[in-house]
Design a protein around this ligand. Sequence first.
Ligand code: GUN
Length: 287
Amino acid sequence: MSASIIDGKLIADHYRQQLKTQIQQLKEQGVVPGLAVILVGDNHASHSYVKMKRKACSNLGIHSELYLYESTLTQEELLGKIRELNEQDHIHGILVQLPLPEHINPITVIETISPSKDVDGFHPVSIGKMVTNQDTFYSCTPLGVMKMLEYENIPVEGKHVVILGRSNIVGKPAGHLFLNRNATVTYCHSKTDNMSSFTQQADIIVSAVGKANLIGARDIKPGAVIIDVGMNRNEDGKLCGDVNFEEVKEKAGKITPVPGGVGPMTITMLLYNTVKSAEWAHRNRQN
Ligand code: GUN
């Protein structure tokens, strides 16, 4: 039997509608959620991501400010801007688009953002809270994956989840979010021997490697849930994920397509974190 396709755009729209209601309620209390986006240099992909993020903000009524700098910006100048934004009450989220030019240390930059405005969920305080299963800002793509599964009523507790990839932004945090939901988690990565022996046992596979055709039908268990976070170009230049979709969809239970799967959820979770931050800040001011 053919798998059912998880429609990321539909699910993202569902969560955006919920956010609209929350934003309206905040506005009635005099609060407009605000996001500051900092972009350094002329990386083409970064410019287009930032444009998409700001457009999504504007569609929902979230205030956004863009700080665009030449790649000659010094690290001290960047840290100074972040410290200034940390103090501004109308800014609830600060996002420094990565990658940064080589002379700027991304760890120092991330650690300068106030944890209360860390809507990317990259700050060590956010990561520590995530690992200890506390409420905090979670990295947007893994959070989007969890929200997708929630929407689809896919059970996680007790399931074997195999995460492919161990990046700080996707793979590692995804494993912790599943662990927090009582899944049994296995990480596979570039040094894993016989990866297929793990994926074949998985109830849920989350692939965040960035390699087209990494997963084929022979690598999965019948009925498994396949979440494809990969963003690659195939031989014809077409956008594709890590999973051989045509082949795997005949054997999987549920599967996300690329494009139209996890992608639309990531920006939605940035909006989600920004609104959450605005709600927290407003509540703290009232107490
Ligand atoms: N570069 C690629 N993905 C991301 C992301 O999620 N956040 C930031 N700040 N930069 C990125």
